[in-house]
Design a protein around this ligand. Structure first.
Ligand code: UGA
Length: 440
C-alpha cells in the first residue's frame, strides 16, 4: 500500500485515483477547482462514466480516497505523485504545458522527502526530464525526485473497464528503484507491464494514438473508393480485420475521429516531429483526410439536393461518440457550421449532450432531447453519433415522421437489406445508396 497523490481530477486523474484506491492504495486527489472537489467529496462525479460514482462513494467511505484543494494536505505524506493535468492544444498545434509546469512548482514547494513523480498526462518527448529539473531547481525542501512516464490508454465511456483490463502498462524511467515501486503499485491490476526509458514511453502514447487515427483515416479513404466502385466497406473491413496482423478494431468507417485526444495528439506529434526537422507527411495526410471526412455528410447532401437552402435538417447525435456527453472536436460542430453556411435549418438531437452543446454551437441551431421531435417534418436526417436509441430506432419512424425520408448515415447504423424494406432514400459511408423514395 502506498500514499499516492493525484494532481488533476479530469478524466485521467479521477479514474486513476479511484482505481488505485480500489486496489488498496491510500489516494488523495488534488485539484484547484473548489466546486469540483466539493462535489467529489459528496461522492458526485463531474463526468459521465459507468461505475465511477459507485467506486468514488465506496472508497471515500472506507477512507482510502479523499479530495482536497489544499496544497499542504495534498502533498505532506505523498510518496508517489501522479501528474494528470490537461495538456490542451495551443493554436499552433503544440501541447500547452502550463498546467504541467504549475504542478511541478507545486510539488517542489509542498512535497517533502523522497518522491516519485509519475506523469500520466500526454506530454511531448523530453518533458519528463524538464519536470524533474524544474522540481529540483526550485525545491526548498531538499526533495529527492525520480520521474516516471506512465502514459494512459483508457477510452472515454469505458474508462474503468479499460483501467482494470488494459492491454499493457508502460513504465518509462531511468531509475530502477522508481520503476520497481510503480510496477508494485500496479501488481493488483494483473496487466502486462513493459519497461522503457522515459522518452520511449512518452513516444509510445503519441505513436499509439497516431496509429489508431491512421487506421480510421485509412478505412475512411477505402470507404470513399468503395462508394465509387460499388463495394461494401463493412464487408471489406471485416475481411481485412480477420487477418490478425491487421486486427478488427478501429476499422469502422464513418465521419472521422473526434474527441479530446486523437485530434490534439495527432497535431502535437506533427509539431514534435517538425521540431527535429522531420516532416510527418503520413500523419499530416491522416489529419487532412479526417477534416474532410467530418463534413462528408454535408458534401453528400449537397451533391444529392443541390441547394440545402431552407431545408430542415435533423442532426441525430452531437457527442463525439456514444456513451459520453463530450462534444470536444466532434464532427457535429463542423457539420452544423457547414449546414448553416448552406442556409439549412438545423435541429439537433442528443440524449445527453444538449445542455453542453447549447453553450458551444451557433445560436441558430435548435436543440431537442427528443429524437422523434427532431425528425418531425424534416427534409433530411443526418446520423452523426451511433447512440443506441438511434441504432435501434424502428426505420418505419423515418418514413412516418419526416417530410421526405432522405437519410445520410455517417455511422452505418443500419444493414442495407433492412433499409431496403422501407420507402426511404438512404446514403451511408462506403456502401451503395438505397433509393426507395416513391416517385413524386
Ligand atoms: C482514445 C484512445 O482510444 C485511447 O486509447 C486513449 O487513451 C485516449 O484516446 C486518450 O488519448 O486519452 P477516446 O478518445 O476516448 O480514446 O475514444 P475512441 O473510442 O478511441 O474514439 C475516438 C474517435 O474515433 C471517435 O470519434 C470514434 O467515433 C472514432 N472511431 C473509432 C472511428 O471513427 N472508427 C473506429 O473504428 C473507431
Amino acid at each position: 500500500m502506498r500514499n499516492i497523490t493525484v494532481i488533476g481530477t479530469g478524466y485521467v486523474g479521477l479514474v486513476t485515483g479511484v482505481c488505485l484506491s480500489e486496489v488498496g492504495h491510500k489516494v488523495t486527489c488534488f485539484d484547484c477547482d473548489k466546486e469540483k472537489i466539493s462535489q467529489l467529496k459528496l461522492g458526485k462525479s463531474p463526468i459521465f462514466e459507468p461505475e465511477l460514482e459507485e467506486l468514488i462513494s465506496k472508497n471515500v467511505k472506507i477512507n482510502r480516497l479523499s479530495f482536497t484543494t489544499n496544497h499542504s494536505e495534498a502533498f505532506k505524506e505523498a510518496e508517489v505523485i501522479y501528474l494528470a493535468v490537461g495538456t490542451p492544444q495551443k493554436e499552433d498545434g503544440n501541447a500547452n504545458l502550463d498546467y504541467i509546469f504549475q504542478a511541478a512548482m507545486d510539488i517542489s514547494n509542498y512535497a517533502k522527502g523522497n518522491v516519485i513523480v509519475v506523469t500520466k498526462s500526454t506530454v511531448p518527448v523530453g518533458t519528463n526530464e524538464i519536470i524533474k529539473s524544474l522540481i529540483q531547481a526550485d525545491s526548498k525542501n531538499q526533495l529527492k525526485v525520480e520521474v516516471v512516464s506512465n502514459p494512459e490508454f483508457l477510452r472515454e465511456g469505458q474508462a474503468i473497464h479499460d483501467t482494470f483490463n488494459g492491454d499493457r502498462i508502460v513504465i518509462g524511467s531511468s531509475s530502477n528503484y522508481a520503476a520497481e515501486v510503480i510496477s508494485k503499485i500496479y501488481e493488483p491490476f494483473n496487466i502486462p507491464i513493459i519497461h522503457t526509458d522515459i522518452r520511449s514511453a512518452e513516444m509510445i502514447k503519441y505513436a499509439s494514438n497516431a496509429f489508431l487515427a491512421t487506421k480510421i483515416s485509412f478505412i475512411n479513404e477505402i470507404s470513399s473508393i468503395c462508394e465509387k466502385l460499388g463495394a461494401n466497406i463493412d464487408d471489406v473491413a471485416h475481411g481485412m480485420g480477420m487477418d490478425s496482423r491487421i486486427g478488427t478494431q478501429f476499422l469502422r468507417a464513418g465521419i472521422g475521429y473526434g474527441g479530446s485526444c486523437f485530434p490534439k495528439d495527432t497535431k502535437a506529434l506533427v509539431q514534435i516531429a517538425g521540431e527535429v526537422n522531420h516532416k510527418f507527411e503520413l500523419l499530416e495526410a491522416v489529419i487532412h483526410i479526417n477534416n474532410k471526412q467530418q463534413i462528408k455528410l454535408v458534401t453528400k447532401a449537397k451533391e444529392r439536393c443541390g441547394s440545402l437552402q431552407g431545408k430542415k435538417v435533423a442532426m441525430l447525435g452531437l457527442a463525439f461518440k456514444p456513451n459520453t456527453n463530450d462534444i470536444r472536436e466532434a464532427a457535429s460542430l463542423q457539420i452544423a457550421n457547414h449546414l448553416l453556411i448552406e442556409g439549412a435549418n438545423v435541429i439537433a438531437y442528443d440524449p445527453v449532450a444538449v445542455e453542453l452543446a447549447k453553450k458551444h454551437f451557433p445560436q441558430q441551431v435548435k436543440f431537442t432531447s427528443n429524437l422523434i421531435e427532431a425528425l418531425h417534418m424534416a427534409d433530411i436526417a443526418f446520423i452523426v453519433t451511433e447512440w443506441e436509441d438511434i441504432v435501434k430506432l424502428p426505420l418505419k419512424l423515418y418514413e412516418i415522421m419526416m417530410k421526405t425520408p432522405i437519410i445520410f448515415d455517417g455511422r452505418n447504423c443500419y444493414p442495407l437489406r433492412e433499409v431496403n424494406n422501407y420507402q426511404m432514400e438512404y446514403h451511408s459511408i462506403g456502401r451503395s445508396s438505397i433509393l426507395n423514395l416513391p416517385k413524386e
